[in-house]
Design a protein around this ligand. Structure first.
Ligand SMILES: NC(=O)c1ccc[n+]([C@@H]2O[C@H](COP(=O)([O-])OP(=O)(O)OC[C@H]3O[C@@H](n4cnc5c(N)ncnc54)[C@H](O)[C@@H]3O)[C@@H](O)[C@H]2O)c1
Length: 512
């Protein structure tokens, strides 16, 4: 039997736009796409719905399986659109091995609306059953997907196509998530030992920005680099003085607008290098290679870059989306435990925002602070929010959960005393107090403490924290700083006005 040539196989719930996506990919590749629902229609000689209603689901699935298996074998590089339930078959899942499975992720409300418009689909007649099926299939698609592209974005599949194809040559286990934002889309590649293999997703001369610790441990994997500049590890390096060093080193090393800045390190390096990339010659591409848990779950995505000034954190900066993000969880193996703990605070924050399956996984706590699937789920949560609101005009503010008090603690303590994640852990507890969610606060405090994070504020005066809060850049005019409050996991609201006395009480409680 001839070897199976890999195809892009589009999977997803009904209404995800699989046929349209496969056709778009086919047009770009000069190949005719296969649509397994259409092939099934031809094989049955009648509409899928009438066969399903007369013969029942088991008979339908058996016929569907046979058609899908044949399509996967004969496609030979042509894109394939898979029927929504095809992944329920073990044999189909096995046959997907050589192919790149692209999950078009559609939310259940959009899917319901589209299925309604399509009319008469047997599994789209009862809303409650539809929601349950969506949740069940979500997990199946998530497991099978090599790549995840948000459904409903016109042009996303064509834009993502080169990266989807590149995945076929990426090291085993690599996955891709297509990140969307108002100012540009980009791929996030994640996989075990991705960095170590030397695989790199973007062409161009690389100018690396890193800190001395990370460079020593992982820098060699970025070769060949055309230039590099290293800063001291830690928050005190996130300054304009460091930015000037980076700009000048890049100029001396001959970096031009066609080149790439590669940020190898944690959030400090990412924010600094991203800022330098945004401003050097008015903007260069940047690829983030995050090496801390904070950076892999949070700071590498969404395009916020910047530096601190003594008066306040992250006060000078720019939005600059990366050209790609390369996440290798294996880099976390060299991360000191206290840095892993700091990242865990961002994991808990993100899980509280996401709710649902992610929150359940995090509160169960199996597998430690840095599980690759949790890292990717956190990244996807952040990316989905940034896709709605890149510039913090509304929904993105939920990502500041725990950060308002957290940043004020960092500023009041002098950058460097508390790690960012440690301050966020305390900030989360303050936010949950302000939310009046005492039980949840107790549970979160337990989770944080079990991962080595502080429950108490030490060595910082509450009035200094309150003073720093007054300077928070989220404050508008003379008004109050808006807070992010938690109704329940998955129900987090931005923009709450909180009386000063309550804020003071929540900060003072951290001293107990
Ligand atoms: N831009 C955003 O959206 C965003 C979001 C969250 C946080 N942040 C920023 O991120 C920063 C915090 O990031 P961070 O916690 O990653 O700090 P960091 O970059 O200072 O890294 C923490 C320490 O870990 C070391 N390190 C990094 N990777 C390592 C590895 N693989 N092995 C061994 N040591 C390693 C570093 O040398 C450093 O000493 C803060 O400045 C915060 O404001 C930004």
């Amino acid at each position: 039997m001839a070897a199976v040539r890999p195809s892009l196989v589009f999977a997803g719930f009904m209404g995800a736009g699989k046929s349209t996506a496969a056709r778009a990919a086919g047009a770009a590749l000069g190949r005719e796409a296969l649509d397994t629902d259409e092939l099934l229609l031809r094989a049955l000689g009648e509409p899928l719905e009438t066969f399903f209603d007369r013969e029942g689901e088991a008979a339908f699935r058996a016929r569907e399986e046979a058609v899908v298996l044949e399509a996967l074998e004969t496609a030979q590089g042509a894109p394939v659109a898979l029927g929504g339930g095809a992944l329920g078959s073990q044999r189909v899942c096995e046959a997907l091995g050589p192919h790149t499975v692209v999950w078009l992720d559609v939310d259940s409300a959009t899917a319901w609306e589209r299925a309604g418009r399509a009319g008469g689909r047997p599994l789209a007649r009862d809303r409650e059953a539809f929601e349950a099926l969506h949740a069940q299939r979500h997990a199946v698609y998530e497991r099978a997907a090599d790549a995840i592209v948000p459904a409903g974005a016109p042009g996303a599949v064509t834009d993502a196509l080169p990266h989807l194809l590149a995945l076929a040559d990426a090291p085993a286990g690599a996955r891709m998530v297509w990140a969307r934002s108002a100012s540009g889309d980009y791929p996030v590649f994640a996989g075990p030992a991705l960095l170590e293999t030397g695989w790199f997703p973007v062409a161009g001369r690389r100018f690396a920005v890193s800190d001395t610790t990370v460079w020593e441990l992982h820098g060699r994997h970025l070769e060949p680099v055309a230039g590099s500049v290293l800063v001291d590890p830690g928050e005190p390096s996130k300054t304009l003085a460091s930015a000037e060093r980076v700009w000048r080193a890049m100029a001396q090393q001959g970096a031009t607008r066609d080149d790439l800045v590669v940020a190898l390190g944690g959030g400090v390096v990412g924010d600094l290098a991203g800022f330098c990339a945004a401003t050097y010659q008015r903007g260069l591409r940047v690829v983030h290679v995050p090496t801390t848990l904070v950076a892999q779950v949070d700071s590498a995505y969404g395009g916020k870059t910047g530096v601190d000034i003594p008066e306040a954190k992250n006060y000078v900066g720019a939005y600059h989306q990366p050209s790609a993000v390369l996440v290798d969880p294996a880099t976390l193996l060299t991360l000191p435990p206290e840095e892993l703990a700091a990242g865990y605070a961002e994991v808990v924050k993100t899980a509280l925002i996401a709710g649902g399956a992610l929150w359940e996984r995090v509160r169960e706590g199996a597998g430690g602070a840095a599980q690759p699937d949790v890292i990717l789920a956190c990244a996807r949560t952040k990316l989905a929010i940034v896709a709605q609101d890149e510039r913090d005009a509304g929904r993105r503010q939920v990502l500041n959960l725990g950060h308002t008090v957290g940043h004020a603690i960092e500023t009041a303590a002098g950058y460097g005393r508390y790690r960012h994640g440690e301050a966020v852990a305390l900030g989360l507890l303050a936010a949950l107090r302000l939310s009046g969610r005492d039980e949840l606060r107790a549970e979160v405090a337990e989770l944080l403490a079990a991962h080595g994070l502080p429950r108490r504020l030490e060595g910082v005066q509450p009035q200094d924290v309150l003073q720093a809060l007054r300077r928070d850049k989220k404050r508008r005019g003379e008004g109050r700083v808006p807070f992010v409050l938690v109704e329940a996991p998955g129900d987090v609201r931005e923009g709450a006005e909180v009386p000063d006395a309550e804020i003071e009480a929540a900060v003072r409680e951290l001293l107990r």
